[in-house]
Write a protein that binds this ligand. Structure first.
Ligand SMILES: [Ca+2]
Ligand SMILES: [Ca+2]
Length: 105
């Protein structure tokens, strides 16, 4: 279960990216899989279902809207492919920097 107090968008994204890599899916694959009505945008219910299927975590509506507002660049309250890519690239880079530091020591 997800502890709301411990939960962070960063941790959720980390899990999302990890699950994506584990399944061997590209961002485009995951996006079309989550975008149930194929309108090119992910709304709250789609994101909720997608995250649950991919990571097994059932997030609260508050957590879902926190994720959407964090990544929603054009403020339409939906996540499009570019916004998802930007979010995932940001978190991937964050991870790589951490790993590099560990290797140096
Ligand atoms: Ca959609
Ligand atoms: Ca948007």
């Amino acid at each position: 279960m997800t502890d709301e107090n411990e939960w962070s968008i960063q941790a959720a994204m980390k899990e999302f990216v990890h699950a994506m890599e584990e399944h061997g899916l590209s961002i485009d694959d995951v996006f079309s899989q989550i975008d149930g009505d194929e309108n090119g945008k992910l709304d709250g219910p789609e994101l909720y279902r997608g995250l649950m299927e991919l990571t097994g975590d059932s997030l609260s509506p508050g957590q879902i809207s926190a994720i959407i507002s964090a990544f929603d660049i054009n403020s339409d309250n939906r996540i499009d492919l570019d916004e998802l890519k930007a979010a995932i690239e940001y978190h991937k880079n964050f991870d790589e920097e951490e790993e590099e530091e560990e290797e140096e020591e």
